[in-house]
Design a protein around this ligand. Structure first.
Ligand SMILES: C[S@@+](CC[C@H](N)C(=O)[O-])C[C@H]1O[C@@H](n2cnc3c(N)ncnc32)[C@H](O)[C@@H]1O
Length: 177
């Protein structure tokens, strides 16, 4: 089963993978309480930071998983999701980025950003909240990844060096206990 709130994204998913065993449904993850079943695996890619009630989603994902089932998700990294305006980088006199600016990391909640369109609402949570809420919902953390570019990639696309200053994404693998 694959779910998203956007019909356009569901159509893109169907185009990429139209296996008849996959059911695509248009549904916000805030409505997971409407689903029944026992799943081995729940995967969410770059969507959970758009949800205000993170704890509520974790509770429902945990309910829908078998014991020992896994929840694997990616989200905008907390050092990135805290951004709420202003200069993102400190640059030297040549315009080279030397620091990623960090502000209001400890103030959780709504942020507005531009992601293809203006005024996209997302929700910043501290790293500790992302992890502690998972633990409180009945998960153990199996692996965390903050993806970095390879040297080869940086040679081809030097802008990817930015990720050594500040990771864009956080990937989490958690298991229902
Ligand atoms: C950055 S895109 C990622 C798309 C896709 N999962 C991927 O990784 O390529 C974020 C996706 O989250 C979906 N989304 C945002 N809020 C959502 C919500 N409350 N429930 C379900 N999906 C949501 C959007 O429609 C969009 O498809």
């Amino acid at each position: 089963m694959g779910a998203d709130i956007s019909e356009k994204m569901l159509n893109a998913a169907k185009e990429k993978n139209s296996d008849p065993n996959i059911t695509y449904i248009r549904m916000p993850m805030e409505d997971l309480n409407e689903l029944e079943g026992e799943f081995d695996l729940v995967v969410s890619s770059l969507a959970i930071h758009y949800v205000e009630d993170y704890k509520g989603v974790l509770k429902e994902v945990n309910r829908l998983l078998k014991k020992g089932g896994e929840f694997i998700f990616s989200q905008e990294h907390p050092v990135n999701s805290c951004y709420g305006g202003g200069e993102r980088w400190t640059k030297d006199e040549n315009g080279t980025k030397i620091y990623s600016n960090l502000a209001n990391y400890g103030i959780e909640g709504e942020r507005e950003s531009t992601w293809f369109v203006d005024n996209v609402k997302k929700y910043h949570r501290m790293f500790s909240t992302v992890i502690n809420d998972l633990i409180d919902a009945g998960f153990v953390i199996e692996k965390l990844t903050e993806p970095l570019p390879t040297e080869e990639l940086i040679k081809k696309y030097p802008d990817y060096y930015d990720l050594y200053h500040r990771p864009d994404f956080l990937l989490v693998k958690a298991k229902k206990i």
